[in-house]
Design a protein around this ligand. Sequence first.
Ligand code: ATP
Length: 220
Amino acid sequence: MLAHPIGILGGTFDPIHYGHLRTALELLETLELAEVRFIPCRIPAHRGLPQVTAEQRMTLVRLATDSQPGFVADNRELRREGTSYMADTLASLREDFGPETPLCLIVGTDAFRELHTWHRWRELTDWAHIVVMQRPGILQPLPPVLETFMTPRVIYDALALRRKPAGGILFQPVTQLNISATQIRALLAHGQSPRYLLPETALAYIHDRALYRSLPTPTL
Ligand code: ATP
């Protein structure tokens, strides 16, 4: 049996909200993770540049995770030049934690369905397990290439995450909170309050710096 796994939650966190935090806490406890590392990207691979800086998104993550034991705000993607690719991030975590420690890349169902569009996506399970935060109920069919990749890798219990350092895919039900950063940005841009969708500390920072006061102009 290996050590307790390290959970890795990457994202834009533009801004971080309770949809990220509550699910991360449930996984920390139910999968007995050693910790969950929140890793904001510097330059997202799959969307335009956020309106607020990477440092500001990082500060929001720090403020939101500070008070929870087992949560770690990790700035490694901010220290890397260029587009932030998860394959590079996992390689650097593997270097830090060594070959034996199980790593678990945590993704939402929406992110998992797009996995085959990620840079060097087939490598991800060489570096880590993948834990998909699943919505209870019927799973929509996956793209065939992803289905073929996934089938031999699926594992059914959390203990399997501790038997190998990487390579499994676990679907884990979590409480569904229909909160998105997009919704929070829209509320703020329209002068409405996103209170109770994200921690007060993060919201105070957003107000203090007058962040997200307008929606970005769409690029043509
Ligand atoms: P946006 O609305 O800007 O696209 P987002 O709210 O989806 O952002 P991200 O930073 O892109 O937030 O998400 C990081 C990770 O957290 C992704 O794997 C995503 O699937 C997951 N996630 C985001 N919101 C939730 C939620 N409400 N419940 C569970 N997982 C979530």
